[in-house]
Design a protein around this ligand. Sequence first.
Ligand code: 2AM
Ligand code: CA
Length: 267
Amino acid sequence: MEEGVGADRLAAAIEIARRAGALALERFNARETLVVEQKRHVTDLVSEADREVETLIRLAVSEAFPQDAQLGEEHGLSAGRSGLIWVIDPIDGTAPYLNGLPGWCVSIAVCDEEGPVVGVIYAPVLDELYTASRGGGAFLNGEPLRALDGDLRAGLLGVGANDRVDSARVGHMLAALMDAGAAWVRYGSGALMLAWVAAGRLSGYAEPRMSAWDCMAGYALIIEAGGCVRSFPTGEGLQQPAPVLGACAGAYDELVRICDFGSSPDW
Ligand code: 2AM
Ligand code: CA
């Protein structure tokens, strides 16, 4: 990658995430007027707002970086030729969003073959803007972030699970975490909970099956805040769901063992 590519994309991603967040917030404040579709489950929803916000983001990216590929939750893949791909979740935490809860965000990452180059997460209701670029550090509203210094029990642990994963296995994972003394919480937006790992608010975050748009921006933040992440497939693999695990360095290995994602292809 040529020098300065990340800096351009970071500045653009911040500006675009703020505009996308403002539109999402406007729709959130009038959410009773939104047309909502249930995809598979009461936690798997999509609204006009998700589609409209992703369209705003994609048009802005196409205008600024027409050579870059894009992959978004609602509008899929569009090819590029720069080796960089924008990975977009217009609203992560659609279920909290549509139920009037504050825990949702816009998540935008730019990735290359090695993983995330840039990550931006904007939570409009909380007025929190998380930003990171490879080698450039992670920040919350401009203040530097560090992951927790401690083990799994040094703070709360974020967890997530959706209706596509085996409920009995989720039960076993939660039981094993409790037996290990972990105090788990679920907030409904995987991206935002990954940002909270970077911010030292959570010791880690584990979810058996997530998509790239749910986790790549959060991963950029955790890596830059000194934490560890389970690598997500790149290239074609970016389009398939995979287990997600991000944690402070002192909790990571224990979480890998307890969650056992590596040997569980049937999650
Ligand atoms: P979303 O709100 O963008 O759909 C919560 O556990 C996390 O799982 C959120 O990041 C949520 O993202 C995601 N999620 C919800 N349903 C999902 C599904 N069926 N497959 C993959 N991820 C899902
Ligand atoms: Ca979404």
